[in-house]
Design a protein around this ligand. Sequence first.
Ligand SMILES: Cc1ncc(COP(=O)(O)O)c(C=O)c1O
Length: 375
Amino acid sequence: MFPENKSPLDKRRIDGNLRLLRLNLSDSLDFCSNDYLGFARSAELAGAIEKQVGFQKSLVNGATGSRLLSGNSLLAEELEEAVANFHKAECGLIFNSGYDANLGLFSCIASRSDTILYDELSHASIIDGVRLSTAHAFKFRHNDLEHLEALMKKASGTIYVGVESVYSMSGDFSPLSQILGLCEKYHALLIVDEAHATGVFGEKGKGRVVELGLEKKVFARVHTFGKALGVHGAIILGSEELRTFLINFSRPFIYSTALPPHSLIAVQCAYHFLNAQEGRINMLRERIVFFKEKAGLLKSLLFEESFSAIQCVIIKGNVKVKALAGSIQSRGYDVRPILSPTVASGSECIRICLHTFNTFEQIQGLLNEIESFCL
Ligand SMILES: Cc1ncc(COP(=O)(O)O)c(C=O)c1O
């Protein structure tokens, strides 16, 4: 298929960044999953889901079609209303995943005379959605307001701005209030991906947009259910008009079988659990504060500036970062190296995710391992 040693796979092999699937090490300490609040491993939540599924005697096994055909249900519509209310939004539309939601939103929202501006560290699902769009599209330097404004000045048509409230790779915040200020100045519409803020920031985990009181000003929000909520799927929040627009033009929504009822019930239960488990959010915050305090003492190491559950220590070079990850893993800590080209060359890092179930001793132990490898 490809000339010898010239396939993209060979290049990855030579560069040392071939992706391989591996099973999770069940006996190692989880410092890499998105299960920030421990919901995915909660027997209590699992029990609540099982019980709720058991109650629904007429439950079908699958949705049987897309929402526009046979796959719609009262369950889906009531869940959308409840989740939208929780996050203080007018309306919501459920997608099969956060990837689908971003792809479906960014690909259809702008027309060919419009412009999409998005942060250079945006998740692949945003980038892929932008690629599918017919609009003009430009990325701005990460969190760089001056660069964003310079692009806004030159933009044509309606301007859409795409950001993540908490960046998935670096864990840092987007300066949402300032970005919104620019959006107001240039009549741009702001889209915020709240994947890593859902369940973690804002009252009861309503997200950064609600935490900052910006819910009436943001055009659209994407909340995912597969991270802190521990289940699966996603919702796009916005106006009733936006919901209708997506139902009509968002291809991942229109042309894919809807989530099965069991999944919808799992999301419903996860939100009930979130409402009742504010203590978990505080536990997570305590761990973030502890990590930052202890990491701050390690002057020889470079950590990304982050106040979220995602903390990165920069170890330049794929070879070195892989060696460090291997060494830490062999000591029983499950962390993953983030290699270039996933991040820019020179920004390779160990991405550490903190969870409610990581003890302070375990966090300190992980930092000790990193420090002793790097000395
Ligand atoms: C910022 C961000 N948006 C969207 C997604 C996709 O969400 P999902 O895993 O539900 O497809 C991710 C997943 O990692 C993410 O980090």
